[in-house]
Design a protein around this ligand. Sequence first.
Ligand SMILES: Cc1cc2nc3c(=O)[nH]c(=O)nc-3n(C[C@H](O)[C@H](O)[C@H](O)COP(=O)(O)OP(=O)(O)OC[C@H]3O[C@@H](n4cnc5c(N)ncnc54)[C@H](O)[C@@H]3O)c2cc1C
Length: 806
Amino acid sequence: MRTEAQAVVIGGGVIGCSILYHLAKLGWTDVVLLERDELTSGSTWHAAANIHGLHDSTNISRIQHYTMNLYNSLEEETGQSCGVFQPGSLYLAQTEQREHQLKLQAAKAKLYGMNFYEISIEEAQKLHPLVNFDGIRCVMYEPDGGNVDPSGVTNAYAVGARQRGAEIHRFTPVTATEQQADGTWIVKTPKGDIRTPWVVNAAGLWGREVAALAGIELPLQPTEHQYFVTETMSDVEGHGTRLPSVADRDGEYYLRQEGQGLLVGAYEKDMRFWAEDGTPLDFAHDLFPDDLDRIEENMMNAIERLPAVGEAGIKRVINGPMIWSPDSNVLMGPVPEVDGYFCCNGIIPGFSQSGGMGLMAAQWIIEGETEYDMFAWDLARFDGWATKDFTKARVQDQYAHRFAIHFPNEERSAGRPARTRPVYETQKAMGAVFGLNAGWEHPLWFSDTPGAVETNGFTRQNWWGPVGEECKMLRDRAGIIDISNFAKYICKGPGASDWLNAVFANTMPKTVGRSCLTPLISKRGGIAGDFTVTRVAEDEFWIIGSGLAERYHKRFFKQVPLPEGTTFTSMTDAICGFNIAGPKSREILQRLTNTSLATEDFPFMRSARIELAGIEVLALRVSFTGDLGWEVHCPTEHQSRLYTALLEAGAEFDAGPVGSRSLMSLRVEKGYGSWSREYSPEYWPHEVGLERLCKFEKEFLNKGAAQKVLQNPAREQLVMLHLDAEDVATSNADATGGEPIFKDGQGIGRVTSGAYGYSVGMSLALGYVKNAQSGDAVEVMVLGRPHKAVILHEPPFDPLGRVLRE
Ligand SMILES: Cc1cc2nc3c(=O)[nH]c(=O)nc-3n(C[C@H](O)[C@H](O)[C@H](O)COP(=O)(O)OP(=O)(O)OC[C@H]3O[C@@H](n4cnc5c(N)ncnc54)[C@H](O)[C@@H]3O)c2cc1C
């Protein structure tokens, strides 16, 4: 066994083996995988191993398509069969909502050149004569869908990795992972120790236990999961060719051919957790007792759709464990607080995603960043707030709604509230409907009826009207928005200015009271973040960024050593903020302070510590609404007092609370981008319009990468679109993000944010396009159907930025 390695992968399931294979493929051949038992000893060996390309997230679809294509080439490369069957998959829509979802997916597939399209019921009937298509509204066909052999795939990765020089040691449990003073790790096993700069936790069902060896806690919870296989069925045997798999997600089951029978699996409502206090270390190729009663409802749905299933005998039942994260996406990436420790845990569709997951992990470890934006999969999206109780509640909800449609803007209630701020109860009493942001409850919109629950769908929902009222109130008079979700940091000390200049691309303000906007540049030269930095004293700066991305940004901040005597501290919990915006915002605030807020005394992009209603706040003259406005930030303990004072002063001007749904609409009217939608590491500064904020006369993090990408022409441009009023009225839907954009039948881009602009009376979208310019007529695939749209030359609200500066 090697005693030194470039990386040590812990766990020989399908994911660990894929990571090992991809590390070797990308050039790291001095790598080792340690498996405590045989390969496949966790969830892998008993999986149904269906493979799909369809996913609501575009990048996950890309990764799933990469994986499906990889299996065939892996067989050729290694000579090891992956047991690939690709008879295709039929996706059935029983409801209008499902039809919207599938049509949107088909439009995305067309844009990205993926194989997923609509076929007629007659064609579907020919492909799968056992299915009763009564009541099916539409059918999509994915010719590459099917299934693989779980052991075959895992072994093929293992063979491929070994052929490239990697080592695999079976029956070699990792008993300790100890970080050394120089940052490297000693990975301990009964067969000896290995020193490595990278530990990769791919321990699947034991992800929590292996993480704990390094003092890391992962929000994961295993559950049971069942499928059954029927005896040979004459209809299947007689069909001649292999039948396509059936994704009848409204029926809450999955189904495919297995041998000469069928395999049916279900995510039942009456689910069962397993190993809540830790996965037993002696569990290997084990299963749980059958419990088909639990999945009876799902089975009945399958029998209704395929009556032959009801007549077949059951040959075997598999009830095995799988491990989930709170949102059922993988927990992936380097742990921000621990150098050289990479996790890839909690993967549900391991066989649909193993290839892409392995590739992304290898890119991240070797190249420092993935080619796709992986934020939705990044373990940094959770933090200590995702407690065991929260995780369990979310996992239960995710499991039981595995096949439910996840609508745009949907907020699931399980496990909440996790974190609240002092004004939570007040907001609740005022009718706030809350969303979840980095664990915090924050108002999405305010209803007339306290306790109101929002409806979900692809079309306009019950919040659409009230949000319009909030937007109009703010644009006509003023609104008070809780912006406590923003991440807030204070950098203090003699080296603060130098350090911030070394981290951020823009030049930091030289004068106290000035603010600047700045991008943070990613390893590949994309946009890793956008921040407002304010100099509040000679040696003190306030930095405000995306709250969701706080843990993600930690990885960047720690790359530049802090000068001695200088501190950088997160104040997100300790400080709360409100944005008071709209034409009357100055008058409202002026009622509460003696500091003059007149433009000559307090111009745009300036800041000052002022007293507001007797509370010391930091006031910044900025507003993400694009309107006249101030952000005011105070210690959390004063949040309630400040809110009450603002609401009272606002009431005099008929101004009131405004939620974050409105903020979305207001910032889209103004054309402002937002992190994780318009700004992401996938986009280059000149594609986003932030290149003027990169100051190349100084050094900053990843400057070389930014310089390099700026030498290339922009691949796409961020533009604003106005959707045709009649088309939008017919659909009763606005764009929400992700919808493909076509021009003359060619896919040219996609929407990143969409909203109705209430104050300008236009349905709007922001998006990335290529080969198009302002004035061009295009089509946006809202609900998967073409909606006429035109690319705007400038934002419809205050294009010259006058009201901001007034
Ligand atoms: C009934 C069922 C049906 C499924 N159907 C499908 C499907 O149709 N399609 C699909 O894509 N996915 C399916 N899955 C999910 C799929 O099985 C998982 O996504 C996948 O197997 C996860 O693989 P993994 O490598 O992350 O984890 P695991 O398979 O759990 O592997 C982890 C490995 O780590 C090893 N290990 C743990 N601790 C240590 C240690 N200390 N030292 C060394 N080694 C260690 C374990 O022995 C194990 O071999 C199904 C799962 C179940 C339960």
